[in-house]
Design a protein around this ligand. Structure first.
Ligand code: C2E
Ligand code: CA
Ligand code: CA
Ligand code: CA
Length: 279
């Protein structure tokens, strides 16, 4: 049937305007999030595949709105990035994660590291390396307990100063990982050139690995690549015992996902460390 194009068009622009207004409101609210202490961190365990012990955690940013609703990063990170607010927020996450990790070195989470997501906007800033150093110094966290999660696109054709930054971070003793590995560019040259410690296999491959032989092949290849380059490999988004069993058989070093533990506060993390994750 023929539809009224003009009305569709009006409807479309109205929807787009409503959307733009929503983003504008969100950005304005986000401006106050940091100073009003509305941001907090949750930590998700990363578990050693054979011992099933927690050896690392990933810090994930949360935003508690004044009405009590908790907003997840997929909603607010893109806005934080385009508005530049990510700089202040990202610095807060980095220092807060270092502080938390330092504090849990005295309890059941001793030796457990923390990994922090770094946005491209943050990473290319001149003062990034010095802020990492400041965070370590102020909190007293040993550098090897901090890991920075970068994305493949940050390592594509990096400028001279970015190359020096990566070398500087690795000289500090901080660990570097590639997040969402397998979803980015196909050139793998940067894996040889930079001191990358860990590859994190994107959840989208893990999701279908037990019923899609092609996804299983990709996972197999990434694990083999990591092992032959002497890097650690982590599977993200592990939700079932079948996935965990298959990943263990392939020699994947670590697993992260709902089956092993959802993101939570430090208390929940310590609980998991004491009583164990799935075994
Ligand atoms: P990511 O780095 O890939 O983080 C993993 C995401 O997968 C988290 O979502 C986590 O809650 C979710 N997840 C973990 N296990 C499972 C599972 O078994 N099943 C499913 N369905 N999901 C699982 P979250 O916390 O909503 O974060 C989304 C993204 O936001 C992150 O993806 C990361 O890219 C970004 N992000 C989070 N915190 C920060 C931050 O502090 N700074 C920056 N720049 N980005 C952040
Ligand atoms: Ca991540
Ligand atoms: Ca990821
Ligand atoms: Ca992801």
């Amino acid at each position: 049937a023929k539809r009224n194009g003009r009305n569709d068009y009006h409807f479309y622009t109205a929807a787009m305007e409503a959307n733009a207004q929503k983003e504008f409101d969100l950005e304005n609210a986000l401006r106050f999030a940091l100073m009003r202490s509305e941001l907090f961190l949750e930590f998700q365990p990363r578990v050693d595949t054979s011992s099933r012990k927690i050896i690392a955690t990933e810090a994930l940013m949360r935003w508690r709105r004044p009405d009590g609703e908790v907003c997840l990063p997929d909603v607010f990170i893109p806005i934080a990035e385009t508005s530049g607010l990510i700089l202040g927020m990202g610095n807060w996450v980095l220092k807060e994660a270092c502080r938390a990790c330092k504090a849990w070195q005295h309890g059941p989470l001793k030796g457990v590291s923390v990994s922090v997501n770094i946005s491209q906007v943050q990473f290319v800033r001149d003062n990034f390396l010095s802020f990492v150093m400041e965070s370590l110094r102020e909190t007293g966290l040993p550098p090897h307990l901090l890991e920075l999660e970068l994305t493949e696109s940050m390592l594509m054709e990096p400028s001279e100063s970015i190359q020096q930054r990566i070398a500087g971070l690795s000289a500090l003793g901080v660990k570097l990982s590639i997040d969402d590995f397998g979803t980015g560019f196909s050139s793998l040259a940067y894996l040889r050139r930079f001191a990358i410690d860990t590859l994190k296999i994107d959840r989208s491959f893990v999701m279908h690995m037990t019923d899609d032989p092609e996804d299983a092949s990709v996972i197999h290849a990434i694990i083999a690549l990591a092992i032959s380059l002497g890097k650690r490999v982590v599977a993200e988004g592990v939700e079932t015992v079948q996935q965990a069993t298959q990943l263990a058989a392939l020699g994947c070093h670590e697993m992260q996902g709902h089956w092993l533990g959802r993101p939570g506060d430090v208390g929940q993390l310590a609980q998991l460390a004491r009583h164990g994750t799935k075994s």
